[in-house]
Design a protein around this ligand. Structure first.
Ligand code: UDX
Ligand code: UDX
Length: 459
C-alpha cells in the first residue's frame, strides 16, 4: 500500500506513543512510524505489553499497528523516508553546569537535530512536540542553516502536546485546542497548514489555533505553570483551613462555582507531581532570570515553594500525630503513582514522603494498582524496610497508619471495617488526596487527618 505521507516521531514515550497512535488511527492514509533509541521500549510497543499504562491506549494501538502504525529503532532510514518529523524526546531539568536544577537539558534535542540533518535527503517539516524553552526553534534553525550543504528546506513548527496522563487518549481525541506555531513566511504557513491537516481529521477548525512559533513554545510552559499555580493556590489555602476549621473542599466548591474561576484543578493534595509541572516552572523561572525579570521569576518560583511546603508539612503531620516517633512502626502507603490511572511515578510526591518516613525509621508496605514496578526503581537502595504488595489488605496487616498518596478510586471501595480490624490500634489514616469518607472512617475508630480539614480524632 502506498501512503499519502510519511510521519515520523522520534521518542516513543508518554507523549510520542499515545499521540502517534491516535494520529495513525484517525489518518489511515498516512504512514506513522515511532522510533526510539531504546530497543527494549520499541519491542514492548510491538507487543501487547506496552511500555506505559494508559487507559484505552492498547485498543488504539491494536487497531492500527502494522496497518499504518509502526515502531522501529531504525532511526536513520526512517528520517530519510519521513515528510514530517515530530520530536518528542525528553527535555529534563539540567543536573549540571550553567542553569543546573532550573534550565531544560536540551542535549537530546540538539543531538536529534543533527541526526535529522545528517540523514535527510529531501525537504522536511520538523515539529517541536516536546516542551521546550521559548526560542528553541531559533537554535534549531541555526543548526540546520549552518550545515545545509544539501540545500534542502527544513521548516520548524511548534505543536505542543497538552495531554495529561491517565486521560491521554480522551485528551487527544477531544482536545480543547490544537496549537500550531510557525513563522510568518509562505513556507512557515504552508508547514503549519500541513500539520493542521493531520488534526482536521478529527478536530473542528475553530479548535485549531495558529500563532507565531515563539507564542506557541511559550504557551506550553505557561499552560503548565497556570495549572500548577491553581494547585499551589488551593494547597496554600488548605494550610490555612487546617488552622481555622474551614474546609478546603467547601471552599473549592464555593470559589470554583464562580465561572470566572472555574471548578477544575482545585483539589487540594499532598502536592503535585508528574514529569512536567516542576520541570516547566523551573524552566520558566530560569528563562525569566536570563532576561533579568527577577520579580517574575520569584513569582513563579513561589508555586514550587508551596508545593514543596505542602509535601513537607504532610509528612511532618504524620510524625507529629503519631506521637512524634515512627521508629519500627508499620505504615501502609496507598498509592505511589503521581496521579490515578497511570503507572508513572516521575516527581511523584510519594517518593519524597516515603523517603522521609524511611528516614524516621518507619517500615513501609506500599500498594498501588499500576506503579509498583516504578516504585521499586525509585526506592532502590533504600528499600530495606519496604515491601511492595499488590493487595491492600496485606499492606495494612499490623500497620499503625495508612497514608493515601494517590487518588486511585479502588482505595475508596475497600472494606475499612476489615482494614481496621487488621491494624494495630490506635489506627491512623492520613488522606493526602481527600479521597476517603473521613467521617465514616472516624466512626469505625480511625484517627483521620486530611488535607485542609479539621482532624477527626477517635482518641
Ligand atoms: C515528553 C516531552 O518530550 C517532554 O518535553 C515533556 O515535557 C514531557 O513529555 P515524555 O514523553 O513524557 O516527554 O518522556 P519519555 O517518556 O521519557 O519519552 C522520551 C523518549 O525519547 C524516551 O523513550 C527516550 O528513550 C527517547 N529518546 C531520548 C530518543 O529516542 N532519543 C534521544 O536522543 C533521547
Ligand atoms: C500535565 C498537564 O495537565 C498537561 O496538560 C500537560 O500536557 C502535561 O502536564 P499530567 O502531569 O499528566 O499533565 O497530569 P495532571 O492531571 O495535570 O496532574 C499533575 C499533578 O497535579 C498530579 O500529581 C495530580 O495529582 C496533581 N493535581 C491535579 C492536584 O494535586 N490537584 C488537582 O486539582 C489536579
Amino acid at each position: 500500500m502506498t501512503f499519502k505521507k510519511n510521519i515520523l516521531c522520534i521518542g516513543a514515550g508518554y507523549v510520542g506513543g499515545p499521540t502517534m497512535a491516535v494520529i495513525a488511527w484517525k489518518c489511515p492514509e498516512y504512514r506513522v512510524t515511532v522510533v526510539d533509541i531504546d530497543p527494549e521500549k520499541i519491542e514492548r510497543w510491538q507487543s501487547d505489553n506496552l511500555p506505559i499504562f494508559e487507559p484505552g491506549l492498547l485498543d488504539v494501538v491494536r487497531k492500527c499497528r502494522s496497518r499504518n502504525l509502526f515502531f522501529s529503532t531504525k532511526i536513520p532510514e526512517e528520517i530519510e523516508k519521513a515528510d514530517i518529523i515530530f520530536v518528542s524526546v525528553n527535555t529534563p531539568t539540567k543536573t549540571f553546569g550553567e542553569g543546573k536544577d532550573y534550565a531544560a537539558d536540551l542535549q537530546y534535542w540538539e543531538k536529534t537535530a543533527y541526526e535529522i540533518l545528517k540523514y535527510s535527503k529531501s525537504d522536511k517539516i520538523v515539529v517541536e512536540k516536546s516542551t521546550l524553552p521559548v526560542r528553541t526553534a531559533e537554535t534549531l534553525e541555526k543548526i540546520f542553516k549552518a550545515n545545509n550543504q544539501k540545500n534542502i528546506n527544513i521548516e520548524v513548527v511548534s505543536n505542543p502536546e497538552f495531554l495529561a496522563e491517565g486521560t491521554a487518549i480522551r485528551d487527544l481525541l477531544e482536545a480543547d485546542r490544537v496549537l500550531i506555531g510557525s513563522h510568518n513566511t509562505p513556507s512557515g504557513q504552508q508547514a503549519a497548514e500541513e500539520i493542521a491537516d493531520i488534526y482536521r481529521h478529527w478536530m473542528s477548525e475553530e479548535r485549531i489555533i495558529f500563532t507565531s512559533i515563539w507564542s506557541s513554545e511559550l504557551s506550553k510552559l505557561v499552560a503548565n505553570a497556570f495549572l500548577a499555580q491553581r494547585i499551589s493556590s488551593i494547597n496554600a489555602i488548605a494550610a490555612l483551613c487546617e488552622k481555622t476549621e474551614a474546609n478546603v473542599q467547601e471552599i473549592a466548591r464555593a470559589v470554583g462555582s464562580d465561572s470566572r474561576i472555574g471548578d477544575k484543578f482545585l483539589n487540594a493534595s499532598v502536592g503535585f507531581g508528574g514529569s512536567c509541572f516542576q520541570k516547566d516552572i523551573l524552566n520558566l523561572v530560569y528563562i525569566c532570570r536570563q532576561y533579568g525579570l527577577e520579580e517574575v521569576a520569584d513569582y513563579w518560583e513561589g508555586v514550587l515553594r508551596i508545593n514543596n511546603y505542602q509535601k513537607e508539612r504532610f509528612y511532618k503531620m504524620i510524625v507529629r500525630e503519631m506521637f512524634s516517633t515512627l521508629v519500627d512502626k508499620k505504615i501502609a502507603v496507598f498509592g505511589f503513582a503521581f496521579k490515578a490511572n497511570t503507572g508513572d511515578t516521575r516527581e511523584s510526591p510519594a517518593i519524597y514522603i516515603c523517603k522521609k518516613l524511611l528516614e524516621e525509621k518507619a517500615v513501609l508496605a506500599i500498594t498501588d494498582p499500576k506503579a509498583l514496578e516504578n516504585a521499586r526503581k525509585d526506592l532502590a537502595g533504600i528499600d530495606r524496610n519496604v515491601s511492595f504488595v499488590e493487595d491492600p489488605y496485606t499492606a495494612v496487616a499490623e500497620a499503625q497508619a495508612i497514608v493515601v498518596l494517590t487518588e486511585w478510586p479502588e482505595f475508596r471501595s475497600l472494606d475499612y471495617h476489615r482494614i481496621y480490624s487488621l491494624m494495630k490500634k490506635p489506627a491512623f489514616i492520613f488522606d493526602g488526596r481527600n479521597l476517603l469518607n473521613q467521617e465514616e472512617l472516624r466512626q469505625i475508630g480511625f484517627n483521620v487527618f486530611a488535607i485542609g480539614k479539621k482532624p477527626l480524632r477517635a482518641i
